[in-house]
Each structure stands twice: as C-alpha cells, then as structure tokens.
Design a protein. Sequence first.
Length: 102
Amino acid sequence: MKRDFEEKWNKTREKGRSIYILKYGMLMYGLPLGLIGALIARYFENGFSFVGFFYYGLVGDIIARGLFTMVFAGGVFGYLMWKSNEEKYLKEVSMRARSRLK
C-alpha cells in the first residue's frame, strides 16, 4: 500500500502544487462546502423556514458566498493536504533509502 501511495503521489506531484490545490482543495472541497454553506446560511437568515427561501438575489448570494469559501477555505485545505501528503511521501522515500543501505 505504501508503494501504491508513492506511485500515485509521484504522479500527482509532477502536475504541481497549484493544480493540486485548485483541483482537490478549491473544486472538490471548497466549492461544495461553499454552496452548501451558503444554502444553510440562507436558511438560518430566513428564520429556519423555506417560505421566501427562493428570491431574486439567491443565485448571486450563493455564488458570492460559494466563491469566497471555495477560494479561501479550499485554498487553505488544498495547501494543508499537499503539505501533509508531501511529508508522508518524503518520509516513506527516506525510510526506503535507509533500508536499502542496511
């Protein structure tokens, strides 16, 4: 399994950190989180009721909140995941190199 992670991560890291953060952080984490969060916020702002939930500016409101969360939270999450996976990868590679020397 460790070898499988190394191979997959090696392919991922060849594409670069920016692509990883955009794909996994912003699009796969930040966008859904932003959209769901905007809908939940609208529900709370509407007094826990769906009456009048849909209004003219709803789409713009969801897009604005969703994009902010996507960029900010998704970017932070993507960066932290990149860093975590990179540390794990480097640790496993160094352990393998040490075991070859013995």
